[in-house]
Ligand binder design. Structure first.
Ligand code: FAD
Ligand code: SIN
Length: 520
């Protein structure tokens, strides 16, 4: 059995930020991550558009208003104000001054700001179209330099440990729901370690992989949501899945994101015939809120029986395009599209989970000693739809605030005052798992979620999804209980559970708001 003060699961912006802050407060920190390195598998490293800082004549009130309106006016105002007040301050103190992230600058050495949908001023700073990579690399370097942070990579968290579920002392079941760590699967050794922690932070990111088409990395399969659900934590707003309007459409491949900042810099959505269409749907045209643009594209594709629409930025200087969007330019070119000369074919794809594990302003969940930060959490900031470039900021703010409050509580209380129960040892099973089963089950989840719980939802479709996913879950649980453990089988079990959680939230919410759109 291993012991640590602060166990962090996930190494994107939320996990790494929390690790740094807690280490500086003097805690013994352990960060567990699924990939072979801190930067691998985190959506953070894929972020393109940028992070909110502040624009000319900007204010926390203006930002609050933009976030609230983009979220269909059902966001949690105290959380939005918290983000709008602390966010720009932390970007400056933490990312710019402390980590030295080299955001792009104008010729007169001011931070270059860009625009994205539904922002009322230019306030997003960026590193070309590779903002996330620049942030994540600096974060990872800083984490690795801390002697009191242990990094456990190639390691998948299986389940959170709670007093009621895992203590060998039966009377612990009467204690308030409390998390005491996690079971961690070491992928290379095929072994499960029991990690006990004074505080645990879930920072496992999103769940885009539950859908057939997604901009998200492979690791975004809802592990954190599924673990929190099994531990009994409160989940919130999971029906609000944001579909990004513009993912590159080519063959059957992955859905590479074409950043909203391409539209922010003047790109226009057009039909194959060259006609622009967004003005028909919203006064902000191509820069309307994401849910509106994604549904408009969906409608256009259906009405015109086309497999995609197009994003045209050819009106801009080719050299400027290559400098401003080097990553997008290179990707498009690699599939035969020169964006300086021709419009880019685009389709919507699942992009972001606005809901998640319900948390307060300091990342506390409904389970004692368990916090959550970043995309896995639901702070209430996004309401029914997320304003572009708020999620890196949210990961940063809640990463810092969760770590500060966990550190304060651990140090004030005294390390010896924490109760660690004897934990049931892991029971190994040995049945080999047929990869064909895993592959097919994932296809079932992805097609079901895309077709029945996607951009446009009906009760009939969702009820059909419920029967399919419930039956699948029974099958998966049956073979999980006997299976030789692997990251794949853990992920499949979690994917199915997280899909059901999204589906039930969507079925229960009869009103259309933002990204949850019912036509019945
Ligand atoms: P992540 O960065 O996804 O990190 C999650 C971590 O958890 C990973 O290290 C993963 O390996 C690990 N993990 C998962 N499950 C387990 C497990 N069971 N055990 C151990 N480890 C686990 N937002 C913006 O604000 N601006 C942008 O410009 C922007 N662009 C984007 C572009 C793309 C292509 C994508 C996909 C997203 C973009 N977003 C953007 C959204 C933003 O990147 C994410 O919401 C944010 O980075 C999430 O950070 P996180 O720390 O919560 O999770
Ligand atoms: C993008 O660059 O379009 C992504 C921005 C975001 O998801 O916030």
């Amino acid at each position: 059995m291993e012991k640590t003060d602060f166990l962090i699961i996930g190494s994107g912006i939320a996990g790494c930020t929390a690790a740094l802050v807690a280490a500086e407060a003097g805690l013994d920190v352990t960060i567990v991550t699924k990939g072979p390195a801190l930067t691998e598998g985190a959506a953070t490293a894929w972020a393109q558009g940028g992070i909110i800082y502040k624009g000319e004549s900007d204010s926390p009130e203006l930002l609050t208003n933009d976030i609230y309106r983009a979220g269909a006016e059902i966001g949690h105002l105290p959380a939005i104000r918290h983000l709008a007040t602390l966010g720009p301050q932390y970007v400056e103190e933490f990312l710019i001054n402390k980590l030295g992230v080299q955001f792009d600058r104008t010729p007169n050495d001011m931070l270059d700001t860009t625009e994205e949908g539904a922002h009322s001023v230019r306030r997003i700073i960026h590193v070309a179209d590779l903002t996330g990579k620049a942030i994540e690399e600096r974060l990872a370097e800083a984490v690795l330099a801390k002697p009191n942070v242990r990094v456990v990579h190639d390691a998948t968290a299986i389940d959170l440990l709670t007093l009621s579920h895992h203590s060998e002392r039966p009377n612990d079941a009467y204690e308030p729901p409390t998390c005491v760590g996690a079971y961690i699967f070491l992928q290379k050794e095929g072994r499960v370690e029991t990690w006990l922690a004074r505080e645990t932070l879930l920072a496992t990111g999103g769940l885009g992989q539950l859908f057939l088409h997604t901009t998200n990395p492979k690791s975004a399969r809802g592990d954190g949501i599924a673990m929190a659900y099994r531990a009994g934590a409160r989940l919130l707003n999971l029906e609000y899945i944001q579909f990004h309007p513009t993912a590159l459409y080519y063959g059957d491949g992955e859905r590479f994101l074409i950043s909203e900042s391409v539209r922010g810099e003047g790109g226009v959505l057009i039909r194959r015939t060259g006609q622009s269409f967004m003005e028909k749907y919203h006064p902000l045209g191509s820069l309307a809120p994401r849910d509106v643009v994604a549904r408009a594209i969906h409608t256009e594709m259906l009405e015109n029986q086309e497999p995609c629409v197009y994003l045209d930025i050819t009106m801009k200087d080719p050299d400027w395009i290559r400098r401003r969007f080097p990553n997008i330019y290179a990707k498009c070119l690699s599939v035969g599209i020169d964006m300086t000369k021709q419009p880019i074919p685009v389709v919507p794809a699942a992009h972001y989970s606005c809901g998640g594990v319900a948390v307060d302003l300091e990342g506390r969940t409904s389970i004692q000693r368990l916090r959550a930060a970043g995309e896995v959490s639901c702070t209430g900031v996004h309401g029914a739809n997320r304003l572009a470039s708020t999620s890196l900021l949210e990961g940063l703010v809640w990463g810092i605030e969760s770590a500060r409050s966990a550190s304060r509580e651990i140090l004030e209380r005294g390390r010896d005052r924490y109760y660690f129960p004897p934990i049931e040892p892991w029971r190994y099973e040995n049945e080999p798992v047929d990869p064909a089963l895993i592959f097919q089950d994932w296809l079932t989840i992805k097609y079901t979620m895309w077709n029945y719980v996607g951009l446009i939802r009906t009760t009939k479709r969702m009820k059909r999804a419920r029967s399919i996913l419930r039956e699948l879950q029974t099958e998966i649980e049956y073979f999980y209980e006997r299976a030789r453990l692997s990251d794949d089988i853990i992920g499949l079990r979690n994917g199915c559970q997280a899909a059901l959680a999204v589906l039930f939230a969507a079925l229960e919410n009869r009103k259309s708001f933002g990204a949850h759109y019912r036509v019945d």
